[in-house]
Design a binder for this molecule. Structure first.
Ligand code: NAD
Ligand code: UDP
Length: 389
């Protein structure tokens, strides 16, 4: 239930009720953000998406205590004249809409570039022209590869944070060659960031840019063949969950040597709510949002997920829990990878006082408990059916 006491911002000022136009509200992050806003605030949400499966529990039945505060609009922002009107009706627009699964970047580069740059253009334009605040979701992938990745493997400088720490206001964006179409997403996101920033500088657009660093948790992506296409390749959490549910080995791309920092979605959403409710501290800033303490190689992630899932399901792990695959085999031509992603937290700490709380083990425990409850039966049923030839 939303609390009836007056909410105050970080400077002790009362927070006014906002109308928020949330584009991509039906996705992974959007569903958690809607839940948080409806539970803890009095803000209203105009939820725009082409799908609403992940927020159905928030929309139905009408008797829900917040029913009057969320309205779903099934809209494809590529071509829908209602978009400007909805932005005009709102105090704040949050744009989450994107194609953001790596398997698409090199196989559907045009869709990726259109989705992450071209389709976001009118959103920026309508916010700027109508004097509306914008929180735009970018990605940690705009950093690309670390400077350290170009040093010899045994160079001691690789241990120096100056060569790997990713800082919003200092680190360069380092992508591979054009044939490495993996970078189509990062490059489109970088250009839209530059456009948003320029609208701020030249036309006074009030903006905040968010760079998520591998936010994970329940409702992320889909399990192939259950609530998504059988041949689809989601992000690593869902790929590994799918293999665990089916009792198949987890596939390690190119040896699973890349490193990632994972943050629990519920921690990350707290940072977004702080941005929403503290415009004077968030406007004009780009924020890394991640958990620098949760760094693992993909191989370590696979091992940890295997151990956590054995606890959660009560089924022993496979004797050989992982298998190596080449990136060409797994993703196809044009794949490339970010080697390491550690977010510098100075700016978000200083502006919003936010820190992530949840350890990797704990976040995997709650997430895999959810995956098991949600999918184990469906997978068992599906696997027991004879395959049609
Ligand atoms: P998601 O795919 O679950 O959500 C995106 C939503 O946008 C989907 O529901 C999709 O239907 C909707 N959408 C896409 N195109 C649309 C269109 N033309 N019209 C209307 N709706 C459209 O992804 P997510 O993980 O929730 O990510 C949200 C944002 O955060 C994206 O911009 C993504 O690039 C960024 N991001 C997320 C992560 C992460 O860790 N989850 C990491 C980096 C960046
Ligand atoms: N990966 C893997 N096996 C999988 C899926 C992904 O080894 O089944 C690797 C992928 O190559 C990358 C990392 O896991 O190094 C994270 O991939 P994800 O799709 O989550 O997105 P990214 O962090 O690269 O944006």
């Amino acid at each position: 239930m939303a609390s009836s006491t007056v909410r105050v911002d970080l400077d002790g000022k009362p927070i006014n009720q906002l109308t928020i136009c949330m584009i991509g509200a039906g996705g992974f992050i959007g569903s958690h953000l809607c839940e948080k806003i409806l539970n803890e605030t009095q803000h209203k949400i105009l939820a725009l998406d082409v799908y609403n499966d992940k927020i159905k529990h928030l929309l139905e039945p009408d008797s829900l205590s917040w029913a009057g505060r969320i309205q779903f609009h099934r809209i494809n922002i590529k071509h829908d004249s209602r978009l400007e009107g909805l932005i005009k009706m709102s105090d704040l627009t949050i744009n989450l809409a994107a194609i953001c699964t790596p398997a698409d970047y090199n196989t559907r580069p045009l869709d990726t570039i259109y989705s992450n740059f071209v389709d976001a253009l009118p959103v920026v334009k309508y916010c700027s022209e109508n004097g509306k605040r914008l929180i735009h979701f970018s990605t940690c992938e705009v950093y690309g590869k670390t400077i350290g990745s170009f040093l010899p493997k045994d160079s001691p400088l690789r241990q120096d944070p100056a060569y790997y720490m990713l800082k919003e206001d200092a680190s360069p964006c380092i992508f591979g060659s054009i044939e490495k179409q993996r970078w189509s997403y990062a490059c489109a996101k970088q250009l839209i960031e530059r456009l948003v920033y320029a609208e701020g500088a030249e036309n006074g657009l009030e903006f905040t840019i968010v760079r998520p660093f591998n936010w994970i948790g329940p409702r992320m992506d889909f399990i192939p063949g259950v609530d998504g296409p059988s041949e689809g390749v989601p992000r690593v959490l869902a790929c590994f969950s799918n293999a665990l549910l089916r009792r198949e080995p987890l596939k390690l791309v190119d040896g699973g040597e890349s490193q990632r920092t994972f943050v629990y979605i519920k921690d990350a959403i707290e940072a977004v709510l702080l941005m929403i409710e503290n415009p004077s501290r968030a406007n004009g800033h780009i924020f890394n949002v991640g958990n620098p303490n949760n760094e693992v190689t993909v191989r370590q992630l696979a091992e940890m997920m295997t151990a956590v899932y054995a606890n959660v399901s009560g089924e022993p792990a496979l004797e050989k829990p992982t298998v190596d695959v080449s990136s060409k085999e797994f993703y196809g031509e044009g794949y490339d990878d970010s080697d390491k992603r550690i977010p510098d937290m100075t700016i978000i700490n200083r502006q919003l006082g936010w820190n992530p709380k949840t350890s990797l083990w704990d976040l995997l425990d709650s997430t895999l408990t959810y995956q098991h409850k949600t999918y184990a039966e469906a997978i068992k049923k599906m696997m027991s059916q004879p395959t049609t030839s």
